[in-house]
Design a protein around this ligand. Structure first.
Ligand code: MV4
Length: 454
């Protein structure tokens, strides 16, 4: 189906994709911006092409340039990674129209899930439990909106259908404030997403963020690969992820996993995907589906032993899944700490030259990174520079191993969030597990820090 893969991304995920492609005997093409000629995967790829200036809009988001690069290099498939064009239905459809393979679901699935109202409707119809709220997008009539608010109950949250990942939301705690919030969210959503549609959901005050990893082929086979707990986040940026989710009954997770597999079959989903749930008081509530490989996929790779990016490529190549649900078991516990080139206190980006990098290693340790001695972290992109993963027989062992990895890492020349993770690995709330999505921001607000900027 294809033999040359163009990697339309950068950083650690581009390197991760290159390695999976190489293992399958595929030729690789790296496309990069003018700021990224020194990336590790650019050096390792079979072919490389500069596609534009540093600004992502002119390079990693430049669809005509990327398609042109595929044509020039003879690439017959494109892997979008995460971020950038990964969830652009228009890009996926342009790749399809150019006669190339998009390594991901059909553009129609991306479109369906990109619109949060249609996503929720499809998932509800497929039997996935959703947060109670308005049936579909809100009507124009103010009295009808107020009626839907009463039916939903307060507090509620107004969400933009074109939003997601924390963009375009407003919490409303009393009916008098609903119409104003709806008007403002519509206005912002129209400007930001070109779609003013909004919907209502009951606002859950203390949920955990639990997500289910799925993998589906084009023949109607689908499996779920366990869950990840991603509750440790700040401003909608995940900081730590782990699997399995501590303290949730396996039967409850298996039940929701089976619903996700049913839903994949119902919408003829193909490729890897993630169902995001809020979990509160023993119930799962679907909020969004991500139609891409995620930053935190290695957590699942460690506990399942499945190479997710390899499987993603195999499915895109037209192979049927060889994995069966009964073969998938979670072994031990895995934790990921995202290391960003940021000040560990103020979180402001700290690009610059890495004068010295010594990666941790040892039993149960995996480091996904594009760092090397002398590499310069550019200021133009996401500040993720490494993912530290620790796997152990138990959560306690994974934490001990993560503490060891964090302490042996040498990363000089730039500041990073390693120091924050060292504090978190000893933080009683983290060690106790089962914290909600607000835990980290609460911790950061009260942690004693004389030089805190915010
Ligand atoms: C919610 C919610 C509470 N109730 N929906 C934020 C990101 C987007 N994926 C959905 N988000 C939320 N939706 C209802 N009905 C709270 C959040 C939320 C959140 C969710 C997951 C992880 C971190 C979060 C941080 C703040 C708010």
């Amino acid at each position: 189906m294809f033999d040359t893969l163009l990697i339309a991304n950068r950083g650690e995920i581009a390197l991760r994709i290159l390695r999976a492609a190489r293992d399958l005997g595929l030729r690789t093409v790296a496309v990069h911006s003018q700021a990224d000629a020194n990336l590790r995967h650019v050096a390792l790829a079979d072919q490389r092409l500069c596609i534009g200036p540093a600004a992502a809009a002119q390079s990693y988001l430049n669809v005509p340039r990327i398609l042109q690069a595929a044509e020039l290099t003879g690439a017959d498939a494109i892997h979008p990674g995460y971020g950038f064009l990964a969830e652009s239905a228009d890009f996926a459809s342009a790749v399809e129209d150019a006669g190339l393979v998009f390594v991901g679901p059909e553009s129609a699935s991306i479109r369906l899930m990109g619109d949060k109202v249609s996503a929720k409707q499809a998932m509800f119809e497929a039997g996935v439990p959703c947060v109670p709220g308005s049936p579909g997008a809100l009507p124009q009539d103010p009295d009808q909106i107020l009626g839907l608010g009463e039916a939903c109950g307060y507090p509620l949250i107004v969400k933009a259908s074109g939003g997601g990942g924390g963009r375009g939301m407003r919490i409303v705690r009393e009916p008098q404030l609903l119409l104003e919030a709806v008007a403002m969210t519509r206005e912002e959503a129209g400007r930001a997403f070109g779609n003013p549609e909004v919907y209502l959901e009951k606002f859950l005050e203390h949920p955990r963020h639990i997500e289910i990893q799925v993998l589906a082929d084009r023949f109607g086979n689908a499996v779920w690969l366990g869950e990840r707990d991603c509750s440790m986040q700040r401003r909608h940026q995940k900081i730590i992820e782990e699997s399995p989710a501590p303290g949730i009954a396996r039967e409850a997770i298996a039940a929701i996993g089976a619903r996700c597999v049913d839903a994949c079959k119902a919408i003829a989903y193909r490729g890897v995907g993630t169902f995001e749930f809020l979990y509160e008081d023993g119930q799962f509530y679907f909020i969004e589906m991500n139609t891409r490989v995620q930053v935190e996929h290695p957590v699942t790779e460690l506990v399942t032993g499945v190479d997710i990016v390899r499987e993603q490529l195999l499915v895109a190549l037209g192979h049927p899944l060889t994995l069966r649900q009964d073969d998938i078991r979670l072994r031990g516990h895995a934790i990921e700490c995202r290391i960003n080139a940021e000040d560990p206190v103020s979180f402001s980006p700290t690009p610059g030259k890495v004068s010295r990098w010594i990666a941790p290693a040892g039993p149960g340790i995996r480091i996904d990174t594009h760092l090397y001695d002398g590499y310069s972290v550019p200021p133009y992109y996401d500040s993720l520079v490494a993912k530290f993963l620790a796997h152990g027989d138990t959560r306690e062992q994974a934490i001990v191993r993560m503490r060891g990895a964090l302490s042996e890492a040498t990363l000089a020349g730039i500041s990073s969030t390693i120091a924050l993770h060292q504090r978190l690995m000893d933080e009683p709330g983290f060690v106790a597990s089962g914290f909600d999505i607000h835990h980290l921001e609460r911790f950061l607000a009260q942690a004693p820090h004389p030089d805190r900027e915010e």
